[in-house]
Every structure is written in structure tokens, then in C-alpha cells.
Write a protein that binds this ligand. Structure first.
Ligand code: UDP
Length: 317
């Protein structure tokens, strides 16, 4: 089976490419390398450097493919608040183009990177897939719009699809070519920022007055290797005309201060931090109910928070 991995040069997409190749899948990649890195393309993958906003690029990338794993898109909450139109264009219009080109090529299998940001501030935690969707930022709104588009596509054109709503992805895969590290510039994610914190430039803790036990935001972290395992299980479980949604996390929440403590244990000294104002668009607590993925996909995440920070640290060396 040949799988098109959109966004296959980025952190999560390149991890998917590597694991899929190891499992014997043939791989095509479509990426404009705006966030990813062309040196992540392994030998043996067919690479189209192009954009989801260009239907011809998508058509070229889809040649001979049987399925699509769609990772490409803009994914920073803070940036989306500043540039909502950019997020709508790349994420929503780009995904519309992808669905249309899949239809032209007769490809019906899709696994999509959705997000817990679709839920917004939850009324209940842990969050189940049927919880209300009220995104608190444009990033989450674009992921929700795409999920809704995919549902419509499954009904109108009979595609087989799964949207995987990621909570917070962390850790890294050590591939045969070395670690596939998270490499964003600027980096906005908590764990890489914590691990790079110095006394001169301490990591900022965004908000210490949230309604949580220690006043900092609580998130549910999932190891990127566990996440890709769920993608493959989702791919193998697709059914024509059905769009399934799965929440992917660990089922446990960690506050920003607890993440700092885990990272301090991994690095061997107390990581310097500085209390800072809240970041726009952040909900206080996001924890996944992962029982649907466990039951329907037979998926069990196996890496804990300590493994996530240790692997992220190792991937920087
Ligand atoms: N965060 C923080 N300092 C940072 C980066 C993130 O305090 O330098 C907080 C952020 O406000 C959120 C949590 O850490 O509560 C996780 O943020 P991240 O950007 O890693 O992922 P997100 O939850 O936005 O997907």
C-alpha cells in the first residue's frame, strides 16, 4: 500500500514516514517545508515539495497512492490568534483541495491530524469524542472546520476517514538516521522550551492563576511513537462511508509545573522558570478520554511523561 503523508518532513509527519517505511508501506510525501525540513525525507520515499494550496502539486503527490495521512497544516495556537486568515487558508482551503484531488484520483482512505483544540474549554474532563466543540482559538476552529468537511465528504462521496484529535504530542523517535527531533523556529511548545531553559533565558510559565491545583495549565501528553501507532491502527480500521473521530492522549493530565519537575529529573538539575501572564487562546485543562481508541482500535499508549521528556532531551543531542 502506498500512503501519501502530507507534512511528512515535519516532526509528527516524519515520524509517521519512518514507522510506515519500517512496516513495509510505500511512501509519498507532500510538504512545502515551511515548518518541516527536507533533510527529514528518507531515501525510498517519493518527495513532492509543494503546497496544499496548489492542486497540481497535490495531484502529483497522489499518483499511485491508496491512502492519505494528512498532517500538513499550521499548528500554533498563539500564531493563529494573530493570523486567523492564514490559518483558514492553509488549513481549511488546503484540506478542501486535498479532498477534491483525492476524489479526482479515486482515493478514498484518509487519516487526518485533528486536535483537542476543537473542543475549546471543556465542560467535563476527561474529554470524550462527543463533547461539545467550541474552539477558543482560530487554530482549533480550522481543525473543527476540516473535521466537519471530512464528515460531509464521507457522506457525499463515501470516503473512509478517521480524524485523530491529538492532545499534546511529545517525545521523539530514534530512526536508523538518528533522532527525528521537534525542530521549530521559534519553538513555542512547552517541553522543548523547558529543556532549553537557562538562567539567562528561563522558560516562561504562561499563567499561574488558572483554576487548577498548582495554578498552571494542565495538558495530556502523548508520545509521538504511540501517536503514530494509533494512526496505523486507524488506517487499518477505515470503513467506506464512515468518518470516525478518536481522541489521542495518555488519559492523564500534567500541569506545566509537573512537566518542569519531570524535565528537571531527566536533565539532573532544577530547570529555571519565570512566572508570566496567560497566553491568549489557552484553555485551563485538557485531558483526553481515550477509551474509544483503546476499545475500537486496540490502541494502548505505552510511554509515560518521563519517557517523553527523556526522549525529547536525547533528540536534542
Ligand atoms: N506553555 C508555557 N510555556 C511555554 C510553552 C507553553 O507555560 O514556553 C504552556 C502553555 O500555555 C500550555 C502548555 O504549556 O498551557 C502546553 O503548551 P504547548 O504550546 O506545548 O501546547 P498546546 O497546549 O498549545 O498545544
Amino acid at each position: 500500500m502506498r500512503v501519501l503523508v502530507t507534512g511528512g518532513t515535519g516532526y509528527v509527519g516524519s515520524t509517521a514516514v519512518d514507522i510506515l517505511l519500517t512496516k513495509g508501506y510505500s511512501i509519498s510525501i507532500l510538504d512545502d517545508c515551511s515548518m518541516g525540513h527536507s533533510d527529514n525525507v528518507p531515501t525510498g520515499a517519493n518527495f513532492v515539495q509543494g503546497s496544499l494550496l496548489n492542486p497540481d502539486d497535490i495531484a502529483r503527490a497522489l499518483v499511485d497512492c491508496d491512502a492519505v495521512m494528512h498532517f500538513a497544516g499550521k499548528s500554533l495556537v498563539g500564531e493563529s490568534v494573530e493570523k486567523p486568515d492564514l490559518y483558514h487558508s492553509v488549513n481549511v482551503d488546503g484540506s478542501r483541495n486535498l479532498l477534491d484531488q483525492m476524489h479526482v484520483a479515486g482515493i478514498k482512505n484518509l487519516v487526518f491530524s485533528s486536535s483537542a483544540a476543537t473542543y475549546g474549554e471543556p465542560r467535563q474532563v476527561p474529554i470524550k469524542e462527543d463533547a461539545p466543540t467550541q474552539p477558543t482559538n482560530p487554530y482549533g476552529a480550522t481543525k473543527l472546520a476540516i473535521d466537519q468537511m471530512i464528515t460531509a465528504e464521507s457522506k457525499a462521496r463515501g470516503i473512509a476517514a478517521a480524524s485523530l484529535r491529538y492532545f499534546n504530542v511529545a517525545g521523539a523517535l530514534k530512526s536508523s538516521r538518528g533522532w527525528l527531533a521537534e525542530r521549530h523556529n521559534p519553538e513555542t511548545h512547552l517541553i522543548p522550551n523547558v529543556l532549553r531553559s537557562t538562567p539567562e533565558n528561563p522558560v516562561k510559565i504562561f499563567g499561574t492563576d488558572w483554576p487548577t491545583a498548582d495554578g498552571t495549565c494542565v495538558r495530556d501528553y502523548v508520545h509521538v511513537v504511540d501517536l503514530i501507532d494509533a494512526h496505523i491502527k486507524a488506517l487499518l480500521s477505515l470503513q467506506l462511508g464512515v468518518h470516525e473521530i478518536y481522541n489521542l492522549g495518555s488519559g492523564d493530565g500534567y500541569s506545566v509545573r509537573q512537566v518542569v519537575a519531570a524535565a528537571s529529573a531527566a536533565i539532573g538539575y532544577e530547570i529555571p522558570t519565570i512566572d508570566s501572564p496567560r497566553r491568549a487562546g489557552d484553555p485551563a485543562v485538557l485531558i483526553a478520554d481515550i477509551s474509544k481508541a483503546e476499545e475500537k482500535l486496540g490502541w494502548v499508549p505505552t510511554h509515560d511523561i518521563q519517557a517523553m521528556v527523556s526522549d525529547t532531551l536525547a533528540s536534542f543531542s
